[in-house]
Design a protein around this ligand. Structure first.
Ligand SMILES: *Cc1c(COP(=O)(O)O)cnc(C)c1O
Ligand SMILES: [Zn+2]
Length: 425
């Protein structure tokens, strides 16, 4: 590790977070910018002392909070006064009751789209970055960095400016123009790497161990335990927006698998805290066929994930060697869910279906979740009579090339021309 927590960094004030614990062996460590267990190299996650007793009081406190993720500050690794600090304040995005999409897909039990395109940089990544920013502040980092499939680079670039950090982010060189512009416009450094995301990630891991990267907080590497916790807020919001009720089924896209595992963690916390009734829920993971290592492992009945070389239009999900893959398999199997994939054509069809049915323009990752939902219903795996939430994690404006759409007609500005086009009446 280039950066260590020193004796002079006393107990870091990150709200209810009390330690990092190893997901493999349970060993505990002081809160700090570390991400792997020093005993077994397993991934670390944040451990809490969460508020106990009086669920109704906690609900009221949350409901009286700001209209962003900081309403859940009592359940997150952030300082108690987090809402007063400069941050992009993402979250509390719309949970859209998708009745027309439900009719198209044959869902009768209630279908909802959790639409995270409404976040400040138009993807769910603003949630995870917001938490990482507070950890970076607490640990004294001055530069924010990341390895990104696109959306994360934009989220880090924007959050760094707002929160007063330098930034230098790394992306595969061949991303969509919308993602590159979003990552560059905020003014921090943006570096295209000649390789795919897995190459970028490997490069960043080397950089962390090198003096070149000293003092840098990589939101999804050395700050990963904190970053991941941001995804819990999706679970909290979905349940609160359903009237403090668990959905029966959730369909979640998988890149590294972090989001899916932390949504499960968030749901379990709500049950443990008594904020929702304890009843079963099923978690479904969605991948693109051109990068489906977790789906392949699920179908083969494997516990480990064999890396793939990605080739799909769903670039935001194109991680061939997903760090949280084995945990995703575990969760899908334990909850009675599944992991499925759809090909590029099905992704595009699903983007168009969601747009036509609900007026929501999703990026390719949203096409993956909607497409997988359709497939799982057709295959009889997802029960259409149950309450189902589908995540849209990004904005179609960033992946315009995926949907070759244009005007119905282009005409001279006169009524005869419009009549001749045959569109009236
Ligand atoms: C990053 C990302 C995800 C999920 O990422 P995980 O690594 O699995 O947490 C999903 N959708 C979009 C649009 C993303 O950018
Ligand atoms: Zn361990």
């Amino acid at each position: 590790m280039a950066v260590q927590v020193t004796e002079s960094t006393p107990s870091v004030a990150l709200g209810p977070a009390v330690a990092l614990s190893c997901r493999e062996c349970g060993q505990r460590f002081d809160l700090g910018p570390i991400f792997a267990c020093q005993e077994c190299f397993g991934p670390l996650e944040v451990a809490y002392e969460l508020p106990t007793g009086d669920p109704e009081g906690l609900k009221k406190r949350i409901e009286a909070g700001p209209d962003n993720i900081w309403r859940y500050a009592p359940l997150l690794p952030v300082p108690a006064d987090v809402a007063d600090k400069p941050n992009l304040n993402p979250g509390f995005t719309k949970l859209v009751k998708a009745d027309r999409l439900a009719a198209e897909l044959g869902v009768t039990g209630g279908l909802y789209v959790k639409d995270d395109s409404g976040n400040p940089t138009h993807s769910f990544k603003d949630r995870v970055v917001a938490i990482a920013v507070e950890a970076a502040r607490a640990f004294g980092f001055t530069t924010l960095s990341c390895s990104s499939t696109g959306n994360l680079a934009g989220a880090v670039g924007a959050a760094a400016r707002r929160a007063g950090f330098e930034s230098c982010v790394f992306i595969p060189h061949d991303l969509e123009a919308g993602k590159v512009v979003m990552a560059a416009v905020y003014g921090g450094d943006l570096v295209g790497i000649e390789g795919n995301y897995d190459d970028v990630n490997r490069f960043c891991s080397e950089l962390i161990g090198d003096p070149l990267g000293e003092g840098w907080g990589f939101v999804n590497v050395n700050l990963r335990p904190y970053y991941g916790e941001g995804s819990k807020t999706l679970a909290y919001e979905i349940c609160e927006q359903l009237g403090w009720r668990l959905p029966d089924q959730i369909v979640i896209p998988i890149a590294s698998g972090s989001q899916l595992t932390k949504i499960d963690k968030g749901l379990k916390e709500l049950i443990a805290l008594g904020l929702v009734e304890d009843r079963p829920y099923k978690i479904f993971g969605a991948q693109a066929e051109g990068c489906s290592p977790v789906s392949a492992a699920f179908k083969a009945g494997h516990d480990v994930v064999r890396p793939q070389k990605p080739n799909t239009i769903a670039k935001s999900l194109a991680i061939g060697n997903p760090a949280d893959g084995p945990y995703v398999l575990d969760i899908a199997r334990r909850t009675g869910g599944a992991v499925e994939d759809v090909d590029d054509e099905q992704i595009v069809d699903a983007i168009k279906l969601l747009a036509r049915a609900e007026g929501i323009f999703a990026e390719t990752a949203g096409g993956v979740t909607v497409g997988v939902t359709r497939k799982l219903i057709e295959d009889g795996v997802l029960d259409p009579s149950l309450t189902t939430v589908v995540l849209n994690t990004g904005d179609g404006l960033k992946t315009l090339d995926a949907v070759a759409s244009g005007p119905t007609a282009t005409i001279r500005p006169d009524l005869d021309a419009f009549r001749a086009a045959g569109l009236a009446g």
